[in-house]
Design a protein around this ligand. Structure first.
Ligand SMILES: [Zn+2]
Ligand SMILES: [Zn+2]
Length: 76
């Protein structure tokens, strides 16, 4: 079964609809989770600084000095 991840907080959802109806505390553009559209990976890379993380959630919670939102954001 596929998993869907929020690109802002890294939370995992079993469907896109459950992802998009639930509120996200980390989304700077809105109040809901937004779908991470990249593929599921064993390592996630920040698109601003290139740092690597073993999960989307660990990427999303750590601060990034190069990101406009001050948090790492996943590259696709
Ligand atoms: Zn979220
Ligand atoms: Zn970063």
């Amino acid at each position: 079964m596929a998993n869907f991840y929020c690109k802002w907080c890294g939370s995992k959802h079993s469907s896109v609809s459950s992802l998009t109806i639930n509120s996200c505390s980390k989304n700077p553009e809105g109040k809901k989770h937004a779908l991470y559209e990249g593929s599921e990976k064993t390592q996630y890379t920040c698109k601003f600084c290139g740092s690597k993380h073993s999960s989307l959630s660990s990427l999303c919670i750590n601060s990034c000095s190069k990101s406009p939102t001050k948090k790492h954001q996943p590259a696709m």
